[in-house]
Ligand binder design. Structure first.
Ligand code: PEP
Length: 241
């Protein structure tokens, strides 16, 4: 069965209730698309966004979750809470969490297990820094992140997001050739290579999305900055068919 494209917007720490009209504008582009269209707003907006998206093709996700379902963890949000608020997916191991919160791949793996237990599909982010790429270590780094971050259970469904750290929020994009090579490499490391989606993230914009989305092993995009702009995000969705 062909893998269905996934175009996911990561709003990061952006978005107030005043911005919920975005979902009204996104409903038609999402309905026209063959791709799954996902927005991961801040947790504070999930429940209101879910109400706004009821009856549309727009899916919602969280940006992180705790390893535990409940407990004394002030400020954290659990996977069952995200699910309860309307999430279907959760981004895990984003480079900003790996750097801002010193998240290890082992922690990301535990979070992925928690997400799966709650009925969420994890989007597990991997990617090398510029220093690592320039040192020729990109494949070793991504391979090690995959080995330690991926949940092991049989029948688990997850998405991999390849996000070279140096391309996130910088306006720099990996070349189509580099993306193709890394995605092909990632696929060799998957236990279910034919069905697991591997999406690309890193300054995806309307101007570069078509070339990237056309690559064989690219099954969609994780979009940061451009997902805050309805025209840009709709244009990116349109490149996914
Ligand atoms: C991201 O947040 O995962 C991302 C890829 O951001 P941007 O598209 O802004 O580079």
């Amino acid at each position: 069965m062909p893998r269905r494209m996934l175009i996911a917007g990561n709003w990061k720490m952006h978005g107030l209730r005043a911005d919920l009209g975005f979902f009204d504008s996104l409903a038609a582009p999402a309905a026209r698309s063959n791709a799954e269209v996902l927005i991961c707003p801040p947790a504070t907006l999930l429940a209101a966004a879910a109400e706004r998206c009821a009856g549309t093709d727009i899916l919602l996700g969280g940006q992180d979750c705790h390893t535990n379902a409940t407990g004394a963890h002030t400020g954290d949000v659990s996977a069952p809470m995200l699910k309860d608020a309307g999430a279907r997916y959760v981004i895990l191991g984003h480079s900003e969490r790996r750097s801002d919160h010193a998240e290890s791949s082992e922690l990301v793996c535990a979070k992925a297990d928690a997400a799966l237990a709650a009925g969420l599909t994890p989007i597990i982010c991997v990617g090398e820094t510029l220093e690592q790429r320039e040192a020729g270590e990109a494949f070793d780094v991504v391979g090690a992140q995959l080995s330690a971050s991926l949940p092991a259970g049989a029948g688990t469904e997850f998405v991999i997001a390849y996000e070279p750290v140096w391309a996130i929020g910088t306006g720099l994009t990996a070349s189509a050739e580099d993306v193709a090579r890394m995605h092909a490499f990632i696929r060799t490391r998957l236990s279910k290579p034919a069905s697991t989606r591997v999406i690309y993230g890193g300054s995806v914009k309307p101007g570069n999305a078509a070339e990237l989305m056309a690559l064989d092993d690219v099954d969609g995009a994780l979009v940061g900055g451009a997902s805050l702009d309805i025209d840009a995000f709709a244009a990116i969705i349109a490149t996914a068919g």
